[in-house]
Design a protein. Structure first.
Length: 394
């Protein structure tokens, strides 16, 4: 028998892969489960990359010996950060990574030690819990207030101990769609600074907001030397499969994140790095993002309306950002994972159980509305039929 390491024992299941595997045995499913834009990568990125590949036969090789590629992409990222955060990071403060998840994991491994405590806003992205477990640190759950999934500064302050090393914030939040207000961010900043902590900031959904603009913690100068920002091109440009992202941190921290990332990935894929430069440098990139956000915003309206028409089954808060909604289900005495499986069997609609995302997610489902509005209507037509059948059976 193999003897596995402590870090992989009882590794938290994020729930997303397992529910997708469960759904794979059924035909004609509609996925509201996976967190990815259901839109293709903009065509001009493929076309430009193909043209460059015909001129440069080294595109399929490691980028390690191609400093001009890294330099170009970092310059474009720095320009975007100036536009969005109001300052220009140096090249030494940026690390190119294999997706945003690579930036996060390298940051955890560079900063967190066994038995350190990390604040985890509950509920949040479940893969973070798995990564924290792999570092052998302890997640400390700080629940959002269920009414509106609002940030609670008092709960955060009371959760800080001598073992607290970092606060992990996904903003906008996955799965609730919560966005911290400027007042909330300033309260958070005060807690970070006064307790000498690091803020690990996941802003993968920066470009996806609806009712209010995002006030990022990085807009506060006093937080910049205490923040590790992790972002990717996955959501912004519908490039989930390209696996390209980056981290921003102080030069000292960035160098350690770079070292860790090198040892588990060598470097990001060269074609993906070039594709990211194309997305950032061509005006069509921003236009494509705006068009996609508009379509997702329309899908948000539709999913809220369809959920509102099912008060006997769901209650929910309208999300302010990202492309998830997190309804609570009623009338079924079973776990959220079992209810998600029931929906797959009865309707073919894939969702994710909320308890995977923290204790406060118990009894909820995460639904993605990152596709066309017609897909949302199709999924809820099936759920409507399921509700009618369930009422008849009762």
């Amino acid at each position: 028998m193999f003897k596995f390491t402590e870090r992989v024992t009882d590794l938290p299941d994020a729930g997303i892969k397992s529910i997708m595997r469960y759904a794979s045995q059924f035909k004609d499913t509609i996925s509201l489960g996976q967190g990815m834009p259901l839109f293709p990568t903009p065509q001009f990125i493929f076309e430009e990359l193909l043209e460059r590949s015909m001129q440069d036969k080294r595109i399929g090789m490691y980028a390690d010996g191609r400093p001009e590629i890294e330099k170009h992409l970092k310059k474009l990222i720095a320009a975007q950060m100036l536009d969005e955060y109001g300052f220009t990071p140096s090249p030494e403060e940026l690390v190119l990574t294999v997706g945003g998840i690579g930036a996060l994991f390298a940051s955890f491994l560079a900063l967190i030690e066994k038995n350190d405590e990390i604040i985890y806003f509950d509920p949040s992205y479940p893969l973070h819990l798995s990564q924290i477990h792999l570092t052998q640190a302890k997640p400390v759950f700080v629940p959002y207030r269920e009414e509106g999934w609002a940030f609670d500064a008092d709960k955060l302050a009371s959760a800080i101990t001598k073992k607290t090393k970092a606060i992990l914030l996904t903003n906008p939040n996955n799965p609730t769609g919560t966005i911290l207000s400027e007042t909330d961010v300033r309260k958070l900043a005060n807690i970070v600074v006064s307790n000498d902590l690091i803020l690990i900031l996941d802003e993968a959904y920066f470009s996806l907001t609806y009712d209010q603009p995002l006030f990022s913690p990085l807009l506060l100068p006093e937080l910049r030397n205490r923040t590790i920002l992790c972002r990717s091109f996955s959501k912004e440009f519908a490039m989930t499969g390209w696996r390209i992202g980056y981290a921003y941190a102080t030069p000292e921290l960035a160098s350690k994140i770079f070292n860790v990332h090198t040892y588990f990935s060598v470097c990001p894929p060269t074609p993906s790095m070039i594709a990211a430069t194309i997305a950032l440098s061509d005006p069509r990139g921003k236009q494509a993002t705006q068009e996609m956000v508009q379509k997702i915003s329309e899908s948000r309206t539709v999913i809220c309306e369809r959920l509102q028409n099912l008060p006997q089954l769901f209650s929910f808060q309208a999300p302010q950002g990202a492309f998830y909604i997190f309804p609570k289900f009623h009338g079924f005495e079973m776990s959220d994972t079992e209810f998600a499986k029931l929906l797959i069997r009865e309707t073919g609609v894939i969702t994710v159980g909320g308890s995977n995302m923290g204790p406060s997610g118990k009894g909820y489902l995460r639904m993605s509305f990152a596709g066309d509005a017609s897909l949302i209507h199709k999924a809820f037509d099936r759920i409507d039929s399921f509700v009618i059948r369930a009422i008849r059976l009762k």
